[in-house]
Design a binder for this molecule. Sequence first.
Ligand SMILES: [Fe+2]
Ligand SMILES: [Fe+2]
Length: 339
Amino acid sequence: MTLASPKLEPALPSATGPLSSTVLDLLACRPPQRAFSLVALPVAEVDPYGLDLHLALYICYEMHYRGFAGVDPRWEWNPELLALRSQLEDVFLEAVRLDVGEIAADEHAEAEMDALCVEPVDGTGPSYYLRDEGTWEQMREYFAHRSLYHLKEGDPHAWVIPRLTGQAKASFVAIEFDEYGGGHGDRVHQQLFADLMDAAGLDASYLGYLDAVPAESLAVVNLMSMFGLHRELRAAAIGHFAATEITSPPGSRRLVEALQRMDAPDACVHFYAEHVEADAVHEQVVRVDVVADLVAAEPHLDRDVVFGIRARDLVEDRLAAHMMGCWADGRSSLRRPLS
Ligand SMILES: [Fe+2]
Ligand SMILES: [Fe+2]
């Protein structure tokens, strides 16, 4: 079996505008130990879904995961960087709240999850397109977009563990145990995805495509990190997690079919086949034992779960529209096309 080994600390990406260059300039220095100056970012006119904002935010969040090679790890809790991060988060979260819209008092997580279980007969989007007519090159681009998440799969949601109690906590951890390979390093889903990347002739290293993916792919992961890192948003993180598990089996099945049609390497098929099976079980556990238990214990969190589900939909739809738009125009959906 291939055991592609993702590098531990990734390299810093290149700046794409004033926001990301401010963050990168800061990280190039040693963190000040006592002095604290507040840097005001030019966020007034910024696109809340734009590349510069999402790259800057991604870099800030990454300090809580693996950090970057050559960057002082003490930046993680530096108040100057945290103050920058919160300015970026405010812009993003406000836009997401606005676009998700009001959640009515009679809208509940249970009905929202039921709706997610119903697959549209005439579905559209990358997994349908790749199954029916997409090329292997487009599939490889899809892998590159998804590598940001799958190479840290499980991690953004794991921040929620200390913020849960009782059955919800026990069942959440049971699902995460599977994501983390059930005690086997070679079965950690992050590793399975690294094996997929390797088999597809792509860079399997952690954040290997940070400089290549568009804002839409960064926003997908930034949303999870934001939900996971804020206790206030823990129910949104659970909603996001539930939606991920519920929608995974049918989407993964389409990708298995796509990869079989393309005669792709076994490691590529294996990653998605694993998710068809495992997530069918996870779907039930997350609905009944995680979400229902959490909402029964803390009913005021019900609407936040709904918000998390709808916010995920929003950023996933933006990424899907980006890929489909680029492919319809016959161009690469990456900032740096694959060689
Ligand atoms: Fe997984
Ligand atoms: Fe899962």
